[in-house]
Design a protein around this ligand. Structure first.
Ligand code: MIC
Ligand code: SF4
Length: 654
């Protein structure tokens, strides 16, 4: 057996057929665990229901109610009742509101080294912190994984991130991943797995690794992995799950596609400036604008150590008069520990507002910043409008910098508050945490009598029709680079509560990016979207594919595509095309009429010829689709294809 790196081990132990691990070859991965959360779950479970199976076929599936807990009207509570009943009926764990954020709870209570996890959320990668193969996907792909079907993947490039040294007090894991973003940028991780190794790991505890694995999503990476070593063992022990710990690491002498070195000693407090996670600068060099809001929370940076460090900085001090500080601890378990140890009291005494153990502000669900306001956050995304206010400016930092900023009222490093930072260096994860799983409802043994209740907002899953062989349509939108799914399907409580109603949420497609898009697309009936690099980056929300499809978008023609969004487009029968020559992008204008003749004949060759009738010109685009993906697009989407396959199997068995 040749020496393998950890990623190769995880992939090869889950491959459904003996295929090659060479870069770019298509592989299929068996999925052991799935997770969903309330604002992506309804679509996923509607797809799962449509398959007519009696229950999930995974080892563990968990449905989290954690994102939208504001309940601004009937829609979300109705969705939550639906999801609770679906969990009962199909053998799924349900994590109730108040238990915590999906990735943090999953890491603590369900993650297992060496297993695979597919989740309807881009930050599912967080579980890579304990040596899991954890990948984010759209709801349709997760529904199929729950039905026992493997996940398709092009074999990623494996990049070794060799960590040496030790972080200095005041710098943290967030600064490490911001350094990665500074080096690679938001599309630098496309088609890559980042595998962390080296002596520097000794000082990085699991929640710190989780911060780094989590924000691998901002690099566009397929996932990130860490070895399951002594620090992971200690984490499992604190969760009273020692029996589930398995030691895992790369083989001695294994190789990688690329290797980089990060010296942890050299990392200083960093900040991602508006409006992109890779717009990274040092805290020292950023202009000191008055800060109106500080938010310490999210699945990225609201662990025990994160909050304790913030509390130590705030203890005996006061939140600046112009700053609103909210703190959302990631899980109930951690909150309880911090409460018992008095850290929550220190935060409250300093003037912090403690909010729910939920996603909340991170996804624009509450705590929207003021007009043009500066908000400093420990979360992972600062795309325009992400906080709910289109012109707000969001800066992403670690919890130490966030706490210092809350005190100073301008962006500040922890050393500006505390001369001797050794107090922060002593903060370690606790040896034990109060375990209380009473908000986790386990699967039922007998599920026959469960009746599903659907609120009026839950509309049927839209199913696309196969594309006509001649596509003649106009360009309804031309975008720039790095369009995020937040641009396509806006974040926020109001919009998130519409996720189970496609006709309604489709009315807000590109609402903050181009409010005229919907009317234009409707008027054109069928249309194309033309875009730049890294189109569809960010969240896994498949609404960003479904709503344009619902409004008649037949294909997106772009310079490059984010992985999850590309799969979501295919799953809903929208043709993803890449400019063969990126310069052709410049020759297309909004409203141009484009024609693709006989695309069914053209797609197998991978090259599609497109005529621009308006400009009287031709250009070519590449359809990088595997055999199965071509079939899916030809059928008009994955559900139609898979339903036929399941029906055939059922009929054969009858
Ligand atoms: C996010 O952080 O953007 C979200 C909200 O968690 C999304 C999921 C969604 O939009 O439903 C994600 O990361 O995938
Ligand atoms: Fe929730 Fe924010 Fe994490 Fe997304 S990034 S899962 S919204 S906390």
């Amino acid at each position: 057996m040749p020496a393998m790196n950890l990623s190769q081990k995880l992939l090869s132990t889950h491959m459904t057929a003996p295929r090659s691990l060479t870069k770019d070859s298509e592989i299929e991965i068996r999925i052991d665990q799935t997770l969903t959360h309330d604002i992506t779950a309804v679509m996923a479970y509607l797809a799962f229901e449509a398959l007519g199976l009696p229950g999930v076929r995974t080892e563990i599936s968990v449905s989290y109610l954690d994102h939208n807990l504001l309940y601004i009207d009937n829609k979300t509570p109705d969705d939550h009742i639906f999801l609770q009943l679906i969990a009962k009926k199909y053998g799924i764990y349900l994590s109730r509101p108040g238990n915590g954020i999906c990735h943090s709870v999953h890491l603590a209570r369900f993650a297992v080294p060496g297993k695979s996890l597919l989740g309807t959320d881009s930050h599912t990668t967080t579980a890579g912190a304990v040596g899991m193969l954890a990948v984010g996907a759209g709801g349709m792909d997760v529904a199929m994984a729950m039905a026992g079907l493997p996940m398709r993947l092009n074999m990623p490039e494996i990049v070794k991130v060799h960590l040496v040294g030790k972080l200095r007090p005041g710098s943290g894991a967030k600064d490490v991943i911001l350094e990665m973003l500074r080096r690679f940028g938001v599309k630098g991780g496309l088609g890559k797995i980042f595998e962390y190794a080296g002596d520097g790991l000794k000082s990085l505890e699991v929640p710190e690794r989780a911060t780094i694995a989590n924000m691998g999503a901002e690099l566009g990476a397929t996932t990130s992995v860490f070895p399951a070593d002594e620090n992971v063992r200690a984490f499992f022990s604190s969760q009273r799950r020692e029996a589930q710990f398995v030691e895992l690491s790369a083989d001695e002498g294994c190789s990688y596609d690329q290797e980089i070195l990060i010296d942890l000693d050299a990392i200083e407090p960093l900040v991602a400036c508006p409006d992109m996670p890779d717009n990274v600068k040092t805290v020292r060099e950023v202009e000191k604008h008055p800060v109106r809001q500080v938010y310490i929370g999210s699945c990225t940076n609201a662990s025990y150590s994160d909050i304790k460090k913030a509390a130590l900085l705030l203890k005996g001090r006061k939140v600046h008069d112009d700053v609103n500080l909210t703190v959302s601890v990631s899980t109930r378990q951690i909150f309880r520990k911090l409460l018992d140890e008095g850290h929550i009291a220190d935060l409250v005494d300093a003037g912090a507002r403690i909010t729910e153990f939920a996603c909340g502000a991170c996804a624009g669900i509450g705590q929207a910043p003021a007009t043009n306001g500066v908000s400093v956050r420990t979360s992972n995304r600062n795309f325009k409008g992400r906080g709910g206010t289109p012109d707000a400016r969001i800066y992403l930092v670690g919890p130490e910098t966030a706490a210092a900023t809350a005190i100073k009222g301008v962006l500040a490093a922890p050393s500006e508050i505390m001369e001797d930072l050794s107090l922060l260096a002593d903060v370690r994860e606790p040896e034990s945490l109060p375990i209380n799983d009473n908000l986790l409802i386990p699967p039922l043994a007998n599920t026959h009598d469960v009746e599903i209740i659907r609120g009026p907002n839950i509309k049927p899953l839209p199913v696309n029709t196969p594309l006509p062989d001649r596509i003649d349509a106009r360009v309804s939108l031309k975008t720039g680079d790095n369009i995020s799914t937040d641009d396509i399907t806006p974040a926020g409580a109001e919009f998130s509560s519409m996720r189970s109603n496609i006709p309604l949420i489709a009315e807000y497609a590109f609402f903050r990016y181009d409010p005229a898009f919907v009317a234009r697309a409707k008027e054109m009936k069928n249309s194309f979207i033309v875009g730049g690099e890294n189109y569809g980056q960010g969240s896994s929300r498949e609404h960003a594919a479904i709503t344009p499809m619902f409004l008649g978008v037949k294909a997106v023609i772009v310079k490059s595509l984010a992985r999850i969004h590309r799969n979501n487009l295919i799953n809903y029968g929208v043709l993803p095309l890449l400019f063969a020559n990126p310069a052709d992008y410049d020759g297309i204008s909004l409203g141009d009429e484009l024609v693709i003749e006989e695309w069914r004949q053209q797609v197998p060759s991978g090259v599609v010829r497109i005529e621009n009738l308006t400009k009287k010109a031709y250009f070519t685009a590449v359809a990088e689709l595997s055999g199965e993906e071509k079939d899916i697009v030809l059928c008009g989407g994955r559900l139609s294809k898979v339903k036929d396959a399941f029906r055939n199997i059922k009929e054969r068995n009858e």
